[in-house]
Design a protein around this ligand. Structure first.
Ligand code: DC
Length: 216
C-alpha cells in the first residue's frame, strides 16, 4: 500500500447487511475510529419529523440543517449524533425513521451536507454506508461491499426491532429500491456475500485484505 495515503476503509452495502457490526469490529481491531454515515441521514430525518418539515422539500430540509447543525461524534463506544447539546442517537433506529430516511437521503444537497460532515473527520478511520467507496471517499485505501439475501437481512433486523418479520422484509425491499441509485459497489471494492457467514467470518475475510501489521 502507498504509505502516503492515510488509511480509509469503506464498507458499503444495503440495510441490515451487517455493515455496522463489521465496521465497528474492524475499527476496534485496528484501533481507529468507526463512522456510520447512515446515522447522519437518520438524524436529518428525525429532525424533519420532529420539526414538521416535509421530507420531499429539499430547500426546507437544508434550512433546517443550517438552523440546527448536526455534529457526529465517532467515539470509541459507538457513533453519536448531536444537534446542539441534544444527543439524538437513541431516537434514530425507529420504524418511523426507517420509513422516511430514503426520502430525505435522495436529495443531492442533503447528501452534500452529510458528505461535508464526513470529510471533516481526519483519517485514519473505517466508514460505512452506501456510497462511501464511490461518491464520498473514491480514494479510500480499502473498499468492501457487503451483500446478503433480503430474507437473511430481515431476520437480522428483526432482532433489533419489535415489528414482525414479514413487515421488516417488506420495508427492507422497499428501502433497497429507493436507495438503489446510491447503493452500488465501487469497481475496486471487494464484494462479500455475508448470507452464510458469521460476524467473525466476515471480519476475518476483510482482515485478510488489509496489509499485515495494520491491526497491531
Ligand atoms: O445504514 P442505515 O440503515 O443506517 O442507513 C439509513 C438510510 O440512510 C438508508 O436507508 C439509506 C441512507 N443512506 C444513504 O443514502 N447513503 C449512505 N451513505 C448511508 C445511508
Amino acid at each position: 500500500m502507498n504509505a502516503e495515503r492515510p488509511l480509509i476503509i469503506t464498507i458499503d452495502g444495503p440495510g441490515a447487511s451487517g455493515k455496522s457490526s463489521v465496521a465497528r469490529r474492524i475499527a476496534q481491531a485496528l484501533t481507529v475510529p468507526y463512522i456510520s454515515s447512515g446515522l447522519l441521514y437518520r438524524a436529518a430525518t428525525y429532525q424533519a419529523l420532529h420539526h414538521g418539515v416535509d421530507p420531499d422539500d429539499e430547500a426546507a430540509l437544508l434550512e433546517l440543517l443550517e438552523k440546527h447543525p448536526l455534529r457526529l461524534d465517532p467515539g470509541t463506544g459507538g457513533n453519536r449524533v448531536y444537534s446542539g447539546n441534544e444527543d439524538l442517537t437513541p431516537r434514530l433506529h425507529t420504524a418511523e425513521v426507517d420509513a422516511t430516511v430514503s426520502a430525505v437521503a435522495r436529495h443531492p444537497r442533503v447528501r452534500e451536507y452529510v458528505n461535508d460532515r464526513l470529510r471533516e473527520v481526519p483519517p485514519p478511520f473505517v466508514v460505512e454506508g452506501r456510497d462511501m467507496g464511490t461518491a464520498v471517499f473514491p480514494h479510500a485505501t480499502h473498499k468492501f461491499y457487503l451483500t446478503a439475501s433480503p430474507e437473511v437481512r430481515a431476520r437480522r433486523r428483526a432482532r433489533e426491532r419489535s415489528d414482525n418479520l414479514a413487515a421488516i422484509e417488506k420495508m427492507l425491499r422497499l428501502r433497497d429500491e429507493r436507495d438503489a441509485k446510491q447503493s452500488r459497489p465501487a469497481p475496486d471494492a471487494q464484494v462479500i456475500d455475508t448470507s452464510n457467514l458469521t460476524l467473525d467470518q466476515v471480519v476475518g475475510a476483510i482482515m485478510r485484505y488489509l496489509p499485515a501489521g495494520t491491526g497491531e
